[in-house]
Design a protein around this ligand. Structure first.
Ligand code: FAD
Length: 414
């Protein structure tokens, strides 16, 4: 079977490998960039490893994903297992993450107010209609005002009442009052929590993962697909016929590049053009050594919302320097100068090295998002066009969930 995959991010690379291993199909992949990876792409800047988006680390609770993934790598020699040491910067103090487990680190007056609010929130049985109400009902007014509202408003750059609850399922912890109290009494540490450790490539960051997964595949780089013609038995792309197309790009762009769909498929494709996303900007910096892995910054003294200490993930991430490295992350589009202006407000004597803006990083779910994405998926499948990945399926995927989705696509569609 002739299959074309658009995009060599983790989704495209995974599905290509799985098709070959499980179905004996050798797909072609076309990728706009000059190298594989998509969001997990890394560069090296003056000896420092630079994650152009985020600071990608790997972990999963899914056994089938773990078995497949570790079949591709030498876990002992090519990866390091790192303890996650995340903190929140609040009123110039570092408080443990997640905040609700570290109330004993707050001053007494504040802690009493937090507990009072948690108790009254726990008595509230109102059904939450949006993300803001969910936060308020789960954590109470004081924790929301000091952390959950300002942090999430920085990230989402929108009124949290507009963020639907659909995307939350299984993605955010929903601790109840009893759990919060017990975790605080016993000072539950991060190392007892899920995702308290993660795996990280010894060399090359997440680019190493993309490079390995791309080995042996038929990938054309530097080729942006801007026209897809539907054919009764498949699709024609750049004058080549394929029986099936797997699209891992941004579903909103299909409206402008696809032709020959049925009326219902056209209207579904048109409908998703109004989906909302937002981007991130980040700046790689040299920094003083620290034992942190992540620092969350809810307060408004800076536009940055977190620092990812990628220099601590592997010793090979900082060659050529006694200093360490980190990326400072911002929501939305900031120029390099705007980011540099923020660095003096942050800890660690940060010296800028390189910056990037990623137009789309986070998908936003509104109330009708799920339904319209389901419709476009099923309409396009009738035309042999399958959607896969973070922006094609409009899901808040991590690498492991993107791989899981590739697995189910191969199982169900081939
Ligand atoms: C800030 C941030 C931090 C994150 N941290 C983590 C983490 O620590 N761990 C984790 O597991 N996950 C993390 N994630 C999630 C992870 O990045 C994604 O789940 C994953 O990379 C999505 O891969 P994808 O292949 O679906 O999409 P993408 O990576 O976006 O890949 C799509 C590819 O398709 C190509 N493409 C698109 N359109 C076309 C076209 N028309 N023609 C040719 N090529 C095209 C693009 O160039 C791109 O390479 C993070 C995400 C963000 C935004």
């Amino acid at each position: 079977m002739k299959v074309l995959i658009i995009g060599a991010g983790i989704s495209g690379l995974s599905v290509a490998n799985l098709l070959s291993e499980r179905k004996g199909i050798s797909a072609d992949i076309w990728e706009s960039n000059k190298k594989p990876g998509g969001l997990i792409e890394c560069d090296v800047v003056r000896g420092f490893l630079y994650h152009k988006v985020g600071g990608h680390v790997f972990n999963s609770k899914k056994t089938d994903v773990l078995n497949w993934f570790w079949g591709k790598f030498d876990k002992e020699n090519e990866f390091v297992k790192v303890d996650r040491n995340a903190k929140i910067l609040l009123q110039n103090k570092l408080v443990g993450y997640p905040l609700e487990n570290h109330l004993y680190q707050l001053d007494r007056k504040l802690a009493s107010q937090v507990v009072k609010d948690l108790i009254s929130a726990s008595k509230n049985d109102k059904v939450e209609k949006n993300f803001k109400e969910f936060l308020l009902n789960t954590f109470g007014r004081t924790l929301c005002d000091m952390y959950f509202f300002p942090y999430n408003e920085k990230i989402w750059q929108c009124n949290l009442e507009k963020v639907s609850l659909e995307w939350l399922e299984g993605k955010l912890p929903t601790p109840d009052l009893e759990k919060i109290i017990v975790d605080n009494i016993f000072k539950k540490k991060e190392d007892e929590m899920v995702h308290s450790t993660f795996f990280y490539p010894v060399k090359g960051g997440s680019q190493f993962i993309a490079n390995r997964l791309s080995e042996g595949l038929n990938i054309e780089y530097g080729l942006t697909v801007d026209s897809i013609q539907i054919h009764p038995h498949g699709v024609i792309v750049n004058n080549e016929f394929y029986e099936k197309l797997i699209f891992t790009g941004d579903v909103r762009e299909l409206n402008f590049i696809i032709e020959g769909l049925s009326e219902s498929a056209y209207s579904a494709v048109k409908n998703v053009t109004s989906l909302l996303s937002h981007g991130t900007s980040n700046i790689l910096c040299e920094c003083d050594p620290t034992d942190l892995s992540w620092l969350y910054i809810p307060e408004s003294f800076t536009r940055a919302h977190r620092i990812i200490y990628t220099g601590n993930f592997s010793k090979f991430n900082n060659t050529n320097s006694q200093r360490s490295s980190c990326t400072v992350e911002f929501s939305g589009k900031l120029t390099e100068d705007e980011m540099i202006n923020e660095l003096d407000k942050l800890p660690g004597n940060l010296v800028p090295l390189s910056s990037n803006h990623q137009k789309s990083s986070y998908v936003i779910h509104e109330s009708k998002t799920k339904k319209s994405v389901e419709t476009v998926k099923s309409e396009l499948a009738k035309h042999n066009v399958l959607l896969l990945g973070r922006f094609a399926e409009w899901e808040y995927f991590n690498m492991d969930t993107a791989i899981a989705s590739a697995m189910s696509l191969v199982e169900n569609e081939f």
